[in-house]
Design a protein around this ligand. Structure first.
Ligand SMILES: Nc1nc2c(ncn2[C@@H]2O[C@H](COP(=O)(O)OP(=O)(O)OP(=O)(O)O)[C@@H](O)[C@H]2O)c(=O)[nH]1
Ligand SMILES: [Mg+2]
Length: 451
């Protein structure tokens, strides 16, 4: 594995102006470079004593570039397990870039995306799944995503994989015994015990691969609001979001394109898509809008078919109800007005329809609808594997284990042994025990520079 032992530097804070900007360096020359540009106030050592924040200034020759706080962390007690220096200056983008340039001039190399964390991994401070959790935590956009990242960062995925792969190793040892001592262990006897153990592991791994939960955590829930024009789709979107996101008028056809907004339900990010009212039209713009409504409905995890409770059912309503497939509920809106639409009429067309009544003008009336959405947002907070990359590796491991089960049936233990080896290798990709340069490039390219 290529590991360049040079000193890297990067801006660790987000681009743009901010209260504080941080420049970070890691590598054998971090201390030397820091002392080349840092002038501590008073009599402090330079580079400063390890793990001590020291006030001073950054100087370019005689010129003062900024006031700063600097800290030097001697290896191995640092994020990367190398010598690390961090400089906190005022967070203007010009000054931050200027200090970075000074570090580069003194011999540092500009870090690549995720290179600090990659070094932490290569130096054995964290395994791959914990290294990835750093980025998951930075990218978390909801409570559930945050919780999953913290679990992963504290070793949730790693310990699950370690325990699991130890059990798999026990089975591999048993299998090796069957292969090596065929006269002592009969095929039926050996394969029988192994099969039971393997079936057990297969079902454990199967329940750990929860695609739906992983999608909820990483992409959130997609909900489409559909219906004919003027039933109150945009009003409902605004009411759920608690803001005037979409234009609402009493003119049918107000919404011509999809409009999205985000809310949080049970810590899961929910994207609501308001759509153009579905109706027969020759208007080319409206036609595209209607097509987009259909697309939003198909792509959503669930849809809400909105009806106007104060009006009799129209042909379009009837058609939409009869075509309403997949997950979702029929929402009867405008309950503040005299009601002419009856739930029985809806169930006459769609017997199992889940009907919810609301008034978009009354936030209190939305509670049953929000409770309905909550059932789609349930995520166990015990999940060990939540990241798509981990699920992909676990799925491959599972497939190899199932292949091994089949080959055990046909008493070919040596083939099963190869399958179990492949399963172990796939699991090793999760923790990084089995990670090549390409895999690491793929993982760390998702990181930001400076992390
Ligand atoms: N009384 C009453 N009026 C409502 C309610 N919800 C929406 N409206 C009114 O119904 C009209 C249409 O509302 P919109 O939210 O624009 O309807 P839409 O389904 O988005 O319509 P299009 O964008 O044309 O497809 C507006 O005049 C709203 O004020 C409600 O719960 N009660
Ligand atoms: Mg609308």
């Amino acid at each position: 594995m290529i590991y360049r032992q040079d000193t890297i530097a990067a801006i660790a804070t987000a681009p743009g102006n901010g209260g504080i900007g941080i420049i970070r360096m890691s590598g054998p020359d971090a201390g030397r470079i820091l002392s080349g540009i840092f002038v501590p106030a008073g009599q402090a050592e330079n580079p400063p004593e390890s793990h001590r924040m020291v006030y001073g200034r950054i100087a370019d020759g005689e010129e003062t570039v900024d006031e700063c706080m600097a800290v030097f962390m001697r290896a191995p007690r640092s994020y990367t397990r190398e010598d690390v220096a961090e400089i906190q200056i005022h967070g203007g983008s010009f000054v931050v870039n200027r200090v970075l340039e000074l570090c580069l001039k003194q011999g540092a190399r500009l870090a690549e995306a995720g290179e600090f964390t990659r070094r932490a991994f290569l130096n054995g401070r964290v395994d791959l799944s914990r290294a990835e959790a750093v980025m998951e935590l930075i990218n978390a956009r909801g409570e559930q995503a945050h919780k999953a990242a913290v679990r992963q960062l504290s070793g949730g995925a790693s310990s699950f994989i370690h325990v699991f792969s130890d059990k798999l190793a026990d089975l591999q040892a048993g299998l090796a015994a069957c292969i090596d001592y065929p006269e002592e262990i009969s095929d039926e006897e050996g394969a029988g015990a192994l099969k039971e153990g393997l079936e057990n592991l297969v079902s454990r791994l199967e329940s750990a691969i929860d695609e739906h939960a992983s999608r909820l955590i990483h992409q959130g829930l997609q909900i489409a609001l559909i219906g004919r024009p003027n039933v109150g789709k945009s009003s409902l979107l605004n009411a759920l979001l608690g803001e005037e996101r979409a234009i609402v008028t009493n003119i049918p056809g107000t919404t011509r394109d999809t409009v999205q907004g985000e809310m949080t339900v049970r810590g899961v990010r929910v994207t609501l898509t308001d759509t153009a009212g579905i109706h027969e039209t020759d208007d080319p713009v409206e036609k595209i809008g209607v097509e987009r409504s259909e697309k939003a409905r198909k792509e959503a995890d669930a849809s809400l078919l909105i009806l106007d409770g104060s009006e009799p059912m129209t042909d379009t309503d009837r058609e939409l109800i009869s075509r309403f497939s997949g997950k979702g509920a029929v929402v009867i809106n405008k309950t503040d007005l005299p009601q002419v639409l009856r739930e029985e009429d809806i169930r006459g067309i769609l017997p199992d329809a889940e009907c919810i009544t609301v008034c978009a003008n009354d936030p209190e009336s939305l509670k049953p609808l929000v409770r309905y959405l909550e059932q789609f947002a349930e995520v166990s907070d015990q999940l060990a594997l939540t990241q798509p990359r981990h699920l992909d590796a676990a799925r491959r491991a599972l497939a190899h284990m199932k292949d091994a089960l089949k080959t055990l049936d046909s008493f070919t233990p040596d083939v099963a042994a190869t399958d179990l080896q492949a399963a172990q290798a796939a699991l090793g990709e999760i923790t990084g025990e089995n990670a090549d340069e390409k895999l690491l490039d793929r993982v760390f390219s998702r990181f930001c520079v400076g992390k």
